[in-house]
Design a protein around this ligand. Structure first.
Ligand code: NAP
Length: 315
């Protein structure tokens, strides 16, 4: 009999669903109406052995409690802050994610945001479209990147891939994370020190309790009125109200953001600001990377049910 699995989230393309279908009996609880859901939880959930979920949907302890036979949670994404890892460990449930396969595309987006923010590409695009160029409306020059310092908060796979790219722009790299990291001479003593030393601050840490609102008013003030914040990590890493205030009061120069505290809701104040670039959490959203992530997420389930160790277990 095929193992029964619950599939959460809405990123699944037909080729992934086709690949799953051959090996698993799939259930989609989020698509069920209330009555159907109650019947599913009563009759089917006790047989569910795996959950396939996304980095943003995750699985908390109460969600997992519905599945008493759960063996594995396969996350489509590298961030596992939406999964209650302690609760899963206590039940002996394996958690897997999809590291590495998305690193390059997420780093590309971080650099794209940094460039778009510093050279104000969206603003200039609107300027041309609105006919302001023909009307010769005044424009102020942007600032160049060469010789500027980029601070990277979280110097892991993505952080280092961002550094590799930005070195080619003639930028100096600094970073902060808890461990020493691969280039100790470039490591600042704290996030606050990093922000004070940087013209651009790129966030590339995991989300979760340890980084919650780490980028607060003091960090934003240390980055300063000429500074730019780039966030491709998680919205939870930034105190969004403090960010809106710092940008609005001119204490922070600009922000380029892919992630937000309450996605998909983005504060109206941020949407209204010309010195802010916004993208809808799309760091890994390319055809190639999403295909590779899906292959790895499904591959983890296949390995587990074939009696082999998961390909990319967390921790
Ligand atoms: P990684 O290789 O594990 O790197 C994370 C780095 O953050 C590590 O070097 C780690 O070093 C540091 N870190 C962890 N906790 C920290 C803390 N409390 N304070 C300071 N530094 C901390 O992970 P990755 O593959 O680069 O991915 C990083 C994150 O990017 C993911 O967790 C996810 O949230 C985000 N992401 C976003 C998108 C998107 O679409 N925007 C896509 C993919 C990933 P220490 O442990 O030594 O501190």
């Amino acid at each position: 009999m095929k193992p029964e699995i619950a599939v959460l989230g809405s990123v699944w393309t037909n080729d992934v669903l086709g690949a799953l279908d051959g090996q698993f009996t799939c259930h989609f609880p989020a698509r069920m109406a209330q009555e159907e859901r109650a019947a599913f939880e009563r009759d089917i959930a006790p047989r569910i052995r795996a959950v396939l979920t996304t980095g943003t949907v995750g699985l908390d302890a109460s969600g997992a409690a519905v599945y008493p036979s759960l063996e594995i949670v396969s996350v489509h994404g590298v961030g596992v802050d939406a999964v209650d890892l302690e609760a899963m460990a206590a039940r002996g449930i394996v958690v897997t994610n999809t590291p590495d396969v998305l690193t390059e595309d997420v780093a590309d987006l971080a650099v794209s945001l940094l460039l778009a923010g510093s050279r104000r590409i969206p603003l200039l695009d609107r300027y041309v479209r609105a006919g302001a160029w023909e009307e010769k409306r005044p424009l102020t020059p942007a600032r160049s990147l060469r010789g500027k310092v980029v601070g990277i908060y979280g110097y892991g796979r993505i952080g280092q891939a961002v550094a590799l790219r930005l070195r080619a722009f003639g930028m100096e790299i600094r970073y902060y994370q808890r461990s020493e990291g691969p280039e100790p001479a470039l490591r600042c003593a704290s996030l606050l020190d990093l922000a004070a030393a940087s013209d651009f601050l790129v966030l590339a840490t995991p989300g979760g309790a340890a980084t919650r609102r780490a980028v607060d008013a003091a960090v934003l003030d240390a980055l300063g009125p000429e500074g730019t914040l780039v966030n491709i990590a998680r919205g939870s890493v930034v105190d969004e109200a403090a960010l809106v205030a710092a940008l609005g009061e001119g204490r922070l120069g600009a922000a380029a953001l892919d992630v937000f505290e309450d996605e998909p809701r983005v504060p109206g104040a941020l949407r209204a600001m010309d010195n802010v670039v916004l993208t809808p959490h799309v760091g890994s959203f390319t055809v190639e990377t999403r295909r590779a992530m899906a292959r790895l997420a499904v591959g983890n389930l296949e390995a587990h049910f074939a009696g082999r160790p998961a390909l990319t277990p967390v921790g």
